[in-house]
Design a protein around this ligand. Sequence first.
Ligand code: UT7
Length: 329
Amino acid sequence: MKAAITATAKYLPPDILSNHDLELMLDTNDEWIRSRTGISERRILKDPEKATSYMCGEVGKQLLAKRGIEASEIELIIVATMTPDMFFPATACFTQSIIGATNAWAFDLNAACSGFLYALNVASSFIETGVHKKVMVIGADKMSSVIDYTDRSTAILFGDGAGGVILEPAKEEGYGILDARLYADGANGKDHLLMTGGGSRNPASHETIDKKMHYIYQDGRQVFKAAVTSMAEVAGEIMSRNNLCAEDIDYLVPHQANQRIINATAERMGLDEKKVVSNVASYGNTTAGTIPICLAELDEAGKLHTGSNLVLVSFGAGYTWGGIYIKWQ
Ligand code: UT7
């Protein structure tokens, strides 16, 4: 039996960082940011006491309430993140502790912006093989913790946020996560979007701090080109493998990095604008959070019905990218 999503939830911190706020901090302007990225504002988890696991906990509690199950019923928690609370223990273990899922095993998965799709695919394997019946998958990033707010090329792009789902066996054949194609290309991607400090190659030192190595570095133009090509290709592949034409697709749920990348992907798929989910204007790029936040918003708006066809596509550091086809149950 395929795996189906049985609950969705999201958490966005209340504090807003608008383009106008950024104008006061950086040599940038609202017009440039909106025309080049589509972003107007993003959310920031300001409380220094709160880390990524706080947002995961908020998502996890909502998921349990929405599905109407006890925390003890969750068998596995996967948190996709590139901004864990700390290297170890895993943010998934902090999340387990917050929600009280005492019977779950728990681990983090890092595929940057593709983290949620990678995690969804891993989790669905445990359901399909009958190993588990209830798995929680959360994508969450506190991007403000790794952003240099004096670097206008990255500071304008990212925000904090989390979203997640519960996966269970589909009730009927032909529903749930029906296909997934996931890719990585370290040879061409590893040098264009990365954080060099803090790991085993460059452990934290005065030097790594002085050289700003604990912040994100991105070669925006390179990543942009690769993202446009790869997201369109994988979306096309998902469509042809599953005999889907543009009319068959109810929603494209793309990673929210840049409205221009989203538009290019939708155009290649021949999709009407109404079928393309976008909230990048309000939240910016929340990395592993973008796709589950979009799913939760669709669900909350009552837009997901039995038989709805969803195509999820992502692209991020690594490079990593992928596409998933879901028939909503
Ligand atoms: O989620 C992970 C994957 N990440 C992505 O998908 C992000 C992919 N990349 C992008 O979205 C875009 O490349 C950016 C939004 C990062 C940049 O947009 P762009 O159209 O590629 O701009 P650019 O880097 O080519 O810069 C164009 C100009 C430059 O000035 P000159 O050299 O033409 O004089 C930049 O210095 O815009 C300048 N610029 C800015 N100006 C005002 C760069 N950043 C800013 C800024 N405000 N924030």
